[in-house]
Design a protein around this ligand. Structure first.
Ligand code: CAA
Length: 695
C-alpha cells in the first residue's frame, strides 16, 4: 500500500509529504502517519526542523468528510494538530492549492506557514453544518483577531494567500517553489524558533474591540437558522475568555453538538450529492464534444439570458431571429444586460465589449452551419419545435449537438423526423434568469453518450448544477413541485389559507412558499400543465379548482399584477387579498367542506410527504437516476433549503416508515396520497432512500 505520508530528510529538515489523492483529505491513515512521522522526526538526531507539505494539487482539503457520521477512528485531527504544535522541533507548513478546513487547521498548528502566491486558505466547515473542530476556532482568532476569524468561519469563504498574510495567518509568501522555500526557511530555524500558536495572543491585543466584534456578530447571526454559526461565535468568544486548553475543550463539545444535527447530516449529504450527479452510466468513458460556438433560436427573455450566460463563459454566440427588427431588439437586450453590469461595477467596460464581440446576430438558418451546438428555446409547441429542428437538420455540420430547452414536451418525439436523432438532447435551464443553478439534462432514448457528456460539460462551464432527467412533464423539479402544490391546494380547500401555507414552508426554510412561486411562474402555466397531465390523473382523485377560478378573474400571477397575492408593481412583494379568500370560501361551499384548523406542522408534513412520494415515483419510473439527484434538483432549482438536504433526504431523516404511514393515512381519504411502491421495498429491507445513492 502507498504510504499516506512519506518522509525525506533534506538539509537537516524532515519533509513530511501527505499523499492522499485527489485532495489529501486527512483520513485515519493520514492522521496516523502524520503523528508517527512527527514523533520519528523529533527522535531523529539528523533533523533540526520539520516541513509538512501536500502532494499533488493541494496541501489538504481538510478532514475526510466521508468519515463523519461513522465511529471516530483515533487519532482525531485535533490530537494530530496538538502533536504538531507540541513538536519540540519547529514545524513549517508549506501551502499550495486550496488549504481548507482541517487542512488549514493543521497548518495553523504548525509554528510557521509559508504559502504559494496562488494558494487559497479557508475554513468552510459551516457549509457542512459544523465548525472548525481541530483548533481552528481557537487558533485563528489568536493570530488574526475576531473580525477576520469570524468572517472566514461564518461565511466559509476562502481567502487569498495575500489576504491571509496581511491577517497574520501566513508568515511568508514564496516567490518560486513553495517546497524549496519552506525547506530553506526551516533549515534556517533553531530549536528555539518554536512558536506555538496556542501561546500567541496577537489577535487579542484589543480585547474591548474583540468583544464588540463578537456582540455585532451575535446581532447579525442571532436569527440564523444555521446552528453552527451561533456556536462558532461562542467558540471565538471562548478563545479570548478561556485558557487555550479550555477553549479547545469548549470547541470540541460545540463541534460534536453540530455534528449530531440533522443540518450537518443534510449539508454533508448535499456535498456528496452534488458531486454524484455526474456519475451516470452515459458519462462512463464518454468524451464531451468540443463546444466553442453556440447557435440560439427562440424567444425572449430566454435567448437573451442564455446569450449572456454563454458569452460570460467565454463561448461565441450566433443568435438567429426571423426579422431585422426582432434581431435588433434581441441583440439590443443583450447589450443592455452588459450596460447594466458595467454601470453596477460588476464587469469592466473592456470585458463587456470583449464579450459582446463574440455575439453575432443572423437572419438565416444557413448562418448556423459552423456552430458546434444549437439551443432552441421556442415556445412549448411541438409543431414549432419540429419545424425548427427540421431546418437545423438541414444546415448544421455533422456532429453538431441539437439542444431543446423544453421541460414538458417529449424529446423523443422531436427526434423522429430528423436524420441525426443521436445528436439531440434536452437542457432545461430552470427559470428564464441566469440565477437558478439547476440544469436538467434530458436524455432521450436515442441520445448518444458523448452528447449527454457534452450537455453536462456545457452546464458545468456555465457554472450550473446539471442533473440527469428522463422524459417527464416538468422533468424532476417540475414534477416534485407540482405534487407539493397539489398537496397545498388540498389543504387550502380543507381550511388553510394560501398565506398560511406559504408562511409554513418559509418557516421550514424555503425561499418562497408554493403560492408565491406559482404567482411568479404564472397561474395560466399551471393550468396548461394540468391540462397536459389530465389523461394521467386518477379519475377518483380529488381535483381543486381554486387556481382555475383565479384565472377566470384575470389573476394570472405577478405578470398580471395579481394572483394569489396582489402586486402594486412588478417587483413589489405581494399582499394578501380578500378576493382570493372569497374564491376559496365559494369552492369550499360548493363541495360542502367545513373548514378545519390546519397546523403549521401538518402543512409541512403533508407537502414534504407529497414531494418525497413524487420523488419515489420518479425513481420507480426511472425518470430520476437516484434520490440524491432529486435533492440536488430541488435545492438548485426550486428553493428547497440546502440545510434540509432535499426532499428525499428529509424523508430519510423523518424516517421512511413514518412518512409512508403518513401517506397511508392521508390516502384513506384521497388516492393521490397512495405511497409509491419504492417505500415498501426500502422499508422491507430496513433501508432509506440513501441506500440508492450509489454511483
Ligand atoms: N473529504 C472527503 N472527500 C473530499 C473532500 C474532503 N474534505 N474534499 C473533496 N473530496 C472529494 C470529492 O468528493 C471528490 O470526490 P469524487 O471525485 O469521488 O467525486 C474529489 O475529492 C474531488 O473534489 P471536487 O470534485 O470537489 O474537486 P474540485 O477541484 O472541484 O474542488 C475542493 C476541490 C475545493 C477542495 C473541494 O473539493 C472542496 O471544497 N472540498 C471540501 C473542503 C471542505 O469543506 N473541507 C472541510 C472538511 S470538514 C473539516 O475539515 C472539519 C474539521 O474541522 C475537522
Amino acid at each position: 500500500m502507498d504510504q499516506a505520508v512519506t518522509v525525506t530528510v533534506e538539509d537537516g529538515v524532515a519533509v513530511l509529504t501527505i499523499q492522499n489523492p485527489p485532495v489529501n483529505a486527512l483520513n485515519a491513515a493520514v492522521r496516523t502517519a502524520l503523528v508517527d512521522a512527527i514523533d520519528e522526526a523529533n527522535a531523529d538526531p539528523r533533523t533540526i526542523a520539520i516541513v509538512i507539505i501536500g502532494d499533488g494539487r493541494t496541501f489538504s482539503a481538510g478532514a475526510d468528510i466521508d468519515e463523519f457520521g461513522k465511529p471516530f477512528v483515533s487519532p482525531w485531527l485535533p490530537e494530530v494538530c496538538n502533536r504538531v504544535e507540541a513538536s519540540a522541533k519547529p514545524v513549517v507548513a508549506a501551502l499550495h492549492g486550496t488549504t481548507l478546513g482541517g487542512g488549514f487547521e493543521l497548518a495553523l498548528a504548525a509554528h510557521y506557514r509559508i504559502a504559494d502566491p496562488r494558494a487559497r486558505v479557508g475554513l468552510p466547515e459551516v457549509t457542512l453544518g459544523i465548525l472548525p473542530g481541530a483548533g481552528g476556532t481557537q487558533r485563528t482568532p489568536r493570530l488574526a483577531g475576531a473580525a477576520i476569524a469570524l468572517d472566514m468561519m461564518l461565511s466559509g469563504r476562502p481567502i487569498s494567500a495575500d489576504e491571509a498574510a496581511s491577517a497574520g495567518l501566513i508568515d511568508e509568501i514564496s516567490d518560486g517553489d513553495v517546497r524549496a522555500h519552506a525547506i530553506a526557511f526551516a533549515a534556517s530555524l533553531t530549536e528555539h524558533a518554536r512558536r506555538p500558536t496556542g501561546e500567541r495572543r496577537d489577535g487579542f491585543a484589543d480585547s474591548i474591540e474583540y468583544e464588540q466584534v463578537i456582540a455585532a456578530a451575535r446581532q447579525e447571526f442571532g436569527r440564523s437558522p444555521l446552528i453552527a454559526q451561533g456556536k462558532i461565535i461562542d467558540c471565538v468568544e471562548a478563545a479570548l475568555l478561556l485558557p487555550f486548553e479550555g477553549g479547545l475543550g469548549f470547541e470540541e463539545s460545540a463541534f460534536l453538538d453540530c455534528l449530531e444535527t440533522d443540518q450537518s447530516a443534510a449539508l454533508r449529504h448535499v456535498f456528496f450529492a452534488e458531486r454524484r450527479t455526474a456519475k451516470i452510466p452515459e458519462l462512463e468513458g464518454a468524451t464531451p464534444r468540443p463546444v466553442e460556438l453556440v447557435g440560439l433560436v427562440g424567444r425572449e427573455p430566454m435567448v437573451v439570458n442564455l446569450a449572456a450566460l454563454l458569452l460570460d463563459a467565454g463561448l461565441g454566440v450566433v443568435l438567429l431571429e426571423s426579422g431585422a427588427t426582432a434581431l435588433a431588439d434581441a441583440t439590443g437586450r443583450v447589450e443592455r444586460v452588459y450596460d447594466h453590469l458595467v454601470s453596477g461595477g460588476n464587469v469592466t467596460a473592456h470585458d463587456a465589449a470583449e464579450r459582446l464581440s463574440r455575439l453575432t446576430g443572423v437572419l438565416q438558418y444557413d448562418a448556423l452551419s459552423s456552430v458546434d451546438m444549437v439551443i432552441e428555446a421556442t415556445p412549448e409547441d411541438m409543431d414549432i419545435k419540429k419545424s425548427v429542428f427540421g431546418y437545423l437538420d438541414g444546415v448544421l455540420k455533422p456532429g453538431a449537438v441539437l439542444v431543446t430547452t423544453t421541460s414538458c414536451l417529449d424529446v423523443n418525439d422531436l427526434t423522429q423526423h430528423i436524420s441525426r436523432p443521436q445528436d439531440v438532447l434536452g437542457l432545461h435551464f430552470n427559470g428564464p434568469g441566469a440565477s437558478a443553478k439547476l440544469v436538467e439534462v434530458v436524455v432521450g432514448t436515442t441520445t448518444a453518450p458523448d452528447v449527454v457528456a457534452t450537455g453536462f460539460a456545457l452546464a458545468k462551464r456555465l457554472g450550473k448544477a446539471p442533473v440527469r432527467s428522463g422524459i417527464a412533464d416538468g422533468l424532476i423539479g417540475g414534477a416534485v413541485m407540482a405534487a407539493s402544490r397539489h398537496a397545498a391546494d388540498l389543504l387550502v380547500e380543507e381550511g388553510a389559507t394560501p398565506y398560511q401555507i406559504d408562511a409554513a414552508m418559509r418557516a421550514w426554510g424555503f425561499a418562497l412558499g408554493p403560492y408565491q412561486a406559482l404567482d411568479a411562474a404564472g397561474l395560466d402555466n399551471e393550468l396548461a400543465r394540468r391540462a397536459r397531465m389530465a389523461h394521467l390523473w386518477d379519475p377518483t382523485a380529488k381535483v381543486v379548482q381554486i387556481t382555475d377560478k383565479l384565472c377566470e378573474l384575470g389573476r394570472f400571477g405577478r405578470k398580471s399584477g395579481a394572483g394569489y397575492y396582489d402586486y402594486a408593481t412588478q417587483n413589489s412583494p405581494g399582499t394578501e387579498n380578500d378576493e382570493v379568500m372569497a374564491v376559496v370560501a365559494l369552492e369550499r361551499q360548493a363541495k360542502g367542506i367545513v373548514p378545519r384548523e390546519v397546523s403549521q406542522a401538518e402543512i409541512q408534513d403533508r407537502l414534504l410527504a407529497a414531494m418525497a412520494n413524487e420523488g419515489a415515483g420518479l425513481l420507480d419510473r426511472g425518470i430520476a437516476h437516484r434520490p440524491s439527484d432529486i435533492d440536488v434538483a430541488m435545492i438548485h432549482g426550486h428553493g428547497f433549503p440546502r440545510a434540509r438536504g432535499g426532499p428525499m433526504l428529509s424523508a430519510d431523516l423523518a424516517g421512511l416508515l413514518t412518512v409512508r404511514n403518513r401517506l397511508r393515512d392521508y390516502a384513506m381519504d384521497d388516492v393521490f396520497w397512495t405511497p409509491a411502491p419504492l417505500f415498501d421495498e426500502l422499508i422491507k429491507n430496513g433501508q432509506g432512500f440513501d441506500a440508492l445513492n450509489t454511483v
